[in-house]
Design a protein around this ligand. Structure first.
Ligand SMILES: NC(=O)c1ccc[n+]([C@@H]2O[C@H](COP(=O)([O-])OP(=O)(O)OC[C@H]3O[C@@H](n4cnc5c(N)ncnc54)[C@H](OP(=O)(O)O)[C@@H]3O)[C@@H](O)[C@H]2O)c1
Length: 214
C-alpha cells in the first residue's frame, strides 16, 4: 500500500480561508497536475468536512483522458455525507466508498455507495491502519489523500504518508485560515516527521514540491 498526500496551499501553508473558501488557491497548471496524479492512483480520499464544504467530484478531468477513474473514499464516521452531493450521485458510475464506524445508512447504500465499517479509535473515528488495510482488500493499494487538514494530520500522525505532493501558490491567507495540517501532537522536534525533497518544479506562478518519507 502506498499513501500520497496532496496539499494545495498558500505560501503560509493554508488550504482555505477561515470561512472555508479554497477555490482556487493554486492556478490551472497545478490543478491539471493534480488530475494527472489522480489518474496514477487507485483511490482518492477526503474527509467528510471537505466533501461537505466543496461538494467535489474527485474525478480525473483531462482533455482526451479515457483511462480508468480512481475510486472515491470519504472518511465519515457518522455518515454525515449528503445524499444530494456529487460523490453520492455519481456512485453508480464510479466506485464510491464511505468509511464509517456505525451501521450503514440505507439511503447511501440505495444510491450505490459502498460503506466500509471499521473499528473506531480516539474521537470515534475510523482507525487509519485498518482503513488502509480494508481499502487494500478492495484492490485499492495506491491511495491519494487530498485533505483536508484534519485528515492529512491523521495520516501523518499514524506514520502512513509515503510521499507528499505540495502545490504552493504565491498568496498569503494568514493565521485565521484553515491549516494544511491539523495538530500532530509531537513532543519535540526529534519526533517531527521528516521528508526529503525529491523534486521542485515551477507550474505557472505556483511551485510543485515533491517529497518522500526520509
Ligand atoms: N486546498 C486544498 O488542497 C484543500 C483540499 C481539501 C480540503 N480543503 C479545504 O479544507 C476544509 C476542510 O478541511 P478540514 O480539516 O476542516 O476537514 P477534513 O479533514 O476534510 O474532514 C475532517 C472530518 O473527517 C472526519 N474523519 C473521519 N475519520 C477521520 C480521521 N481518522 N481523522 C480526521 N478526520 C476524520 C471527521 O468527521 P467525523 O468525526 O464526523 O467523521 C472530521 O471532522 C474545507 O474548507 C476545504 O475547502 C482544501
Amino acid at each position: 500500500m502506498t499513501v500520497t498526500l496532496k496539499l494545495a496551499t498558500s505560501l503560509d501553508g493554508r488550504i482555505a480561508t477561515a470561512a472555508g473558501e479554497s477555490r482556487w488557491i493554486t492556478g490551472e497548471a497545478a490543478r491539471e497536475a493534480v488530475h494527472r496524479l489522480r489518474s496514477e492512483h487507485d483511490a482518492v480520499l477526503v474527509g467528510v468536512e471537505t466533501a461537505l464544504a466543496d461538494d467535489p467530484e474527485l474525478t480525473v478531468r483531462l482533455p482526451g483522458y479515457n483511462g480508468a477513474q480512481p475510486a472515491r473514499v470519504v472518511l465519515d464516521s457518522r455518515q454525515r455525507l449528503s445524499p444530494e452531493c456529487k460523490l453520492v450521485r455519481g456512485a453508480r458510475e464510479i466506485p464510491t466508498y464511505v468509511v464509517s464506524t456505525i451501521e450503514p445508512e440505507p439511503v447511501l447504500i440505495e444510491a450505490g455507495v459502498r460503506i466500509l465499517r471499521v473499528r473506531a479509535v480516539g474521537e470515534d473515528r475510523p482507525e487509519l491502519r485498518t482503513v488502509v488495510e480494508t481499502l487494500a482488500g478492495e484492490g485499492l493499494s495506491r491511495l491519494f489523500v487530498e485533505g483536508g487538514g484534519q485528515v492529512a494530520a491523521s495520516f501523518v500522525r499514524c506514520g502512513l504518508v509515503d510521499a507528499i505532493e505540495w502545490f504552493r501558490a504565491p498568496v498569503l491567507i494568514g493565521g485565521e485560515g484553515r491549516p494544511a495540517l491539523g495538530a500532530l501532537a509531537i513532543a519535540g522536534l526529534a519526533q517531527a516527521p521528516r521528508f526529503q525533497r525529491t523534486e521542485v518544479r515551477k507550474l505557472g506562478q505556483d511551485l510543485w514540491e515533491r517529497y518522500e518519507r526520509a
